[in-house]
Design a protein around this ligand. Structure first.
Ligand code: 2IO
Length: 406
């Protein structure tokens, strides 16, 4: 079925208000949805999405040349293949696992404590804007080894870069704004890179500057692209995931009580939040050959968007998929942050998220710290819940009241 048949569009206000309401209809009646205004196909079935993300011959990340490279200022990990991909991916994985991750957990703690302090005695804060967004940027700056005092500038440049990557259509004015942000971010990073090449520390930028591939150090352009890659991938989904976790727990008081009693359940609550409401809703690929899905041909050269939110709610993959349940037997919590994850919120295949273990540690650490402090946590009086975003999606704000800490 096409747009002409149903009038349905992924670009409509209706869909933007609550995408999950259309997921079942898309999977059942329009599983290869074509969107003429942006000449792209939207796949919503679990098996189809999984096929696109694991058939690296038929579906490539070539789409990132236009969807990301202009603002990343060079190639990101997801664009690479073969030996270069293996080597550079390993450098980044090493910076987000093992002993490096232990250092990061300390930084996560310190940042969370500092940012939360001013709100504790007030008994009210906006988990997205007062806390989550600055927290995500602060943690990312620490990981990269950038100056935390620059956080507001970096946050502003980051939103421009993220807007470029996560927009399905951009006006020339917005595109110019995003490019300006990317250019300013690049100008800010260049002298830092020069300094780290001379005097490396143990931060990620230094590791990128000193690493060799084929006996040759990476160029400034390559280092910049990987820094912006890490910046966007770490900062953009973090506040959304944290706020969605708290929203779901507040909306399911019995599950909140269970997590409070047994913080070991937090990992399951985070995994279920990622499955139920993935902060990254779309993953783009380019079809390299004609491919048939459910009887419909996606032509070679087409842009294909994998609808992660719809795939994660496919009844073929999860029982009672529209129910938030941290105890669901088909979740597989331990696997949920690895290559064996059943949900597709970190993607799957060769380019599966390198930061999955870091993401879990980040959200688990901050949630474990927040829960005991936010006694009687509830929505503030008059608060109206709103989500935004088709590509990355999360609460615009989450104003919470709790018993003031004295
Ligand atoms: C940054 C979209 C938040 C990635 C992207 C150009 C590449 C890649 C992703 C995720 C999440 C961001 N794509 N991370 O979907 O590195």
């Amino acid at each position: 079925m096409s747009v002409a048949d149903t009038g349905f569009s992924v670009l409509s206000e209706d869909f933007a208000a609550a995408p999950h309401r259309s997921f079942a209809r898309l999977r059942e009646q329009d599983p290869v949805h074509y969107e003429p205004a942006i000449d792209s196909y939207f796949l919503s079935r679990y098996e189809d999405v999984k096929r696109v993300l694991t058939d690296h011959e038929a579906f490539t990340t070539e789409t990132l040349v236009v969807r990301a490279e202009p603002v990343m200022r060079g190639p990101v990990l997801a664009q690479m293949t073969g030996a270069e991909h293996t080597a550079k991916r390993r450098i980044v994985v090493r910076a987000f696992t093992g002993p490096a991750l232990q250092d990061q957990i300390r930084a996560i703690h310190a940042n969370a404590a500092e940012l939360l302090a001013p709100f504790l005695a007030r008994g009210r804060f906006d988990l997205v804007n007062d806390f989550g967004k600055p927290f995500a940027i602060h943690v990312t700056l620490d990981v990269l080894g950038l100056d935390r005092r620059d956080w507001q500038r970096v946050a502003a440049w980051h939103s421009g870069v993220a807007e470029f990557i996560t927009s399905l259509a951009l006006t020339p004015e917005r595109r110019r704004h995003c490019m300006d942000c990317a250019e300013q971010l690049e100008a800010y990073l260049l002298p830092v890179i020069e300094q780290r090449r001379r005097n490396p520390g143990d931060d990620l930028i230094s590791k990128l500057c000193t690493a060799e591939f084929d006996g040759i150090a990476m160029s400034d352009r390559d280092v910049i692209a990987l820094i912006i890659n890490v910046l966007v991938a770490s900062a953009e989904p973090a506040d959304k995931t944290l706020a969605l976790l708290f929203k779901h727990l507040i909306d399911h008081p019995e599950q909140l009580a269970q997590v409070r009693r047994d913080p070991d359940l937090l990992a399951a609550a985070i995994a279920e939040t990622l499955r139920y409401t993935p902060p990254v809703q779309l993953i783009p690929r380019q079809a390299e050959e004609d491919s048939v899905f459910a009887g419909t041909t996606v032509p070679a050269g087409a842009t294909v968007f994998c609808m992660i939110g719809a795939a994660n709610r496919d009844p073929g993959a999860f029982t009672a998929p529209d129910t938030f349940d941290i105890h669901r037997p088909d979740l597989g919590t331990a696997r949920s942050f690895t290559a064996a994850a059943q949900h597709l919120s970190f993607g799957t295949g060769l380019h599966q998220c390198v930061g999955a273990a870091f993401a879990r540690a980040e959200i688990e650490t901050v949630a474990a710290m927040l829960l005991p402090l936010l006694d009687q946590v509830r929505y503030s009086p008059g608060f109206r819940y709103q989500e935004a975003g088709l590509y990355t999606r999360g609460p615009l704000s989450l104003s919470l009241d709790f018993t003031p800490v004295r």
